[in-house]
Write a protein that binds this ligand. Structure first.
Ligand SMILES: Cc1cc2nc3c(=O)[nH]c(=O)nc-3n(C[C@H](O)[C@H](O)[C@H](O)COP(=O)(O)O)c2cc1C
Ligand SMILES: Nc1ccn([C@@H]2O[C@H](COP(=O)(O)OP(=O)(O)O)[C@@H](O)[C@H]2O)c(=O)n1
Ligand SMILES: [Mg+2]
Length: 237
């Protein structure tokens, strides 16, 4: 039987039964199951529990050996795959993705990024903590609506903190950097970092990027060009 036919043939009742067999250890080898015990846990009659086990055997999700006081059940690779599909669904529901992909378009800013990035109080930290001296400025990206929502996922990813500091006249706020890769003009470029200054005049819809090079030059970017910024757990050094 093909995988798609099997998937359609087994409903959630059978999957719940398979899950209990797995919890009892059926994934790693034969596990002794009594129909009445299983029926109690599922809240169904003995007959129904027995029918579900038969069904799981018919679609090759389990192998069974019926003995006088119960049955020995082993979950097959196909059965395990079915459980893993459920597992993947729950991971999608509960786990924050380890990759955040943000799409948007290149835009001009207020012309202040250059000033801030050049300040020695920041530049020394960038060089030491990011491993490169950034081009003086921030490439600004106006994020698409769904990217504005997706950027919240960045908070669970690895970040490089940049500390606030002060000179004789004023204080400078801290910032957070996220290692990223950008894709634009059909090319991939890294390392870059998204920089999120704690004090900023931009709202969530704008992303600022720093990199060793002037990205407009190396990637031939102009205002309005599409760009993808991919933030991952991994270190891109
Ligand atoms: C590293 C860094 C530190 C910043 N610190 C401050 C700050 O202390 N106070 C402030 O008003 N804005 C600060 N800003 C934010 C800028 O004022 C502004 O919001 C933004 O970076 C301007 O970028 P743009 O010229 O690309 O539009 C900082 C920006 C960067 C990149
Ligand atoms: N790594 C970088 C940083 C900035 N830039 C560009 O360099 C210029 C100076 O950056 P900025 O942040 O002071 O200027 P705006 O973003 O405010 O326009 C802008 O045109 C940025 O788009 C770049 O191409 N690559
Ligand atoms: Mg900028």
């Amino acid at each position: 039987m093909s995988e798609s036919v099997v998937a359609a043939a087994v409903g959630y009742d059978e999957l719940a039964t398979l899950k209990l067999v797995a919890l009892d250890g059926g994934r790693s080898g034969p596990v002794k199951v009594s129909c009445s015990g299983l029926a109690d846990r599922l809240g169904v009659s003995n007959q129904t529990a027995s029918r579900r086990l038969q069904r799981l055997e018919e679609v090759d999700y389990v192998e069974r050996e019926v003995v006088s006081d119960g049955q020995w059940i082993t979950i097959s690779d196909t059965g395990e795959s079915a459980l893993r599909r459920e597992y993947a669904d729950y991971r999608r529901i509960f786990e924050t993705p380890a990759v955040v992909v943000l799409d948007g378009e290149v835009t001009g800013g207020m012309g202040e990024g250059r000033h801030y990035i050049s300040l020695p109080g920041y530049m020394e930290q960038f060089t030491e903590r990011l491993g490169y001296e950034p081009f003086p400025g921030t490439l600004n990206v106006r994020l698409d609506d769904d990217a504005v929502r997706a950027r919240a996922g960045m908070s669970s990813l690895d970040a490089v903190p940049i500390d606030g500091w002060e000179d004789d006249e004023r204080t400078f706020g801290p910032a957070t950097c996220y290692a990223a890769v950008i894709e634009a003009s059909g090319e991939t470029y890294d390392p870059v970092h998204i920089i999120v200054p704690e004090r900023t005049h931009h709202d969530e819809s704008q992303l600022e990027i720093i990199a060793p090079d002037k990205l407009r030059d190396v990637l031939d970017l102009a205002d309005g060009d599409r760009i993808t910024v991919r933030v991952e757990e991994a270190d891109f050094e």
